[in-house]
Design a protein around this ligand. Structure first.
Ligand SMILES: CCCCCCCCCCCCCCCC(=O)SCCNC(=O)CCNC(=O)[C@H](O)C(C)(C)COP(=O)(O)OP(=O)(O)OC[C@H]1O[C@@H](n2cnc3c(N)ncnc32)[C@H](O)[C@@H]1OP(=O)(O)O
Length: 215
């Protein structure tokens, strides 16, 4: 198993040339306080979309956020050199982009995550924005492909069926798997459910393995 894609499940293809033009990523371990850092940023995003603050407080917030950004700026690193996205024990693998969900299962037969859509994922009337649901599925399928031992594949299409309104700030589960393989084409399916087993959305995706050099 290459260090490039090594995870705690040891899943994934180990020949770099099979991963298209992807660079070799060596997972970067998060420090003990990294999860708190990302959670603080998520809280800030929750508040940014759910407050109505006076202009003078806006001015002060801008100044403080800019000061924080100035503190972080010298620590910029190239893609793959940040802990963000590589720490499978953290919500959203430690990435602010990804849904802050955690793995309940990750194996060759599928991947299951549990978590909540946050306030900043709200699309209207306490429902999750449909685009964030597609993001959840898309990232899940990346991990499904990896956990099933296939080389990196990119999403050809995602077909999302929004079956019921998906609530924010409520524990939910999503589970997906590779259903069928046809050469480079991996047909995947997944369902998003509440804890009573009601399907909120389901998704079918075509994941396509990359040819050598494909970005
Ligand atoms: C340590 C902790 C954890 C870390 C662990 C990391 C895990 C590992 C992480 C990596 C994670 C990456 C996950 C990325 C997930 C995205 O990248 S999502 C980004 C959105 N997707 C994209 O940007 C893809 C853009 N598209 C492309 O790059 C190119 O279309 C592709 C996918 C490379 C395919 O191009 P191509 O090689 O020219 O293939 P092409 O001949 O067109 O198609 C191949 C076959 O698929 C079919 N096909 C292609 N598109 C479609 C379509 N839309 N509908 C139907 N059929 C289609 C073709 O008809 C053809 O079928 P056959 O004729 O072979 O039967």
């Amino acid at each position: 198993m290459s260090e490039q894609l090594q995870t705690d499940t040891n899943a994934g293809d180990d020949v770099y040339e099979h991963h298209g033009g992807f660079p070799m990523f060596t997972p970067v371990k998060a420090g003990p306080n990294y999860a708190d850092f990302v959670e603080s940023l998520r809280r800030l995003q929750d508040l940014a979309v759910s407050t109505h603050i006076p202009d003078d407080v806006v001015d002060e917030a801008i100044a403080r956020i800019d000061a924080l950004s100035d503190m972080l700026e010298p620590h910029r690193v190239p893609e793959g050199k940040s802990p963000a996205g590589f720490n499978t024990h953290l919500p959203g693998r430690g990435s602010l982009l990804l849904l802050p969900w955690q793995y309940e299962k990750r194996g060759a037969d599928g991947v299951r995550l549990r978590g909540k859509f946050r306030m900043f994922h709200r699309g209207g009337n306490r429902a999750a924005h449909g685009g964030t649901i597609a993001l959840l599925f898309d990232d899940l399928f990346g991990m499904v492909v990896h956990a099933s031992g296939h080389p990196i594949a990119r999403t050809g299409y995602l077909h999302v069926n929004y079956r019921n309104v998906t609530p924010i700030e409520t524990d939910l589960v999503v589970e997906g798997r590779v259903d069928r393989v046809d050469g480079r084409k991996l047909m995947c399916t997944a369902e998003l459910e509440d804890l009573d087993g009601n399907i909120l959305a389901d998704c079918e995706a075509l994941m396509i393995q990359l040819l050598p050099g494909q970005p």
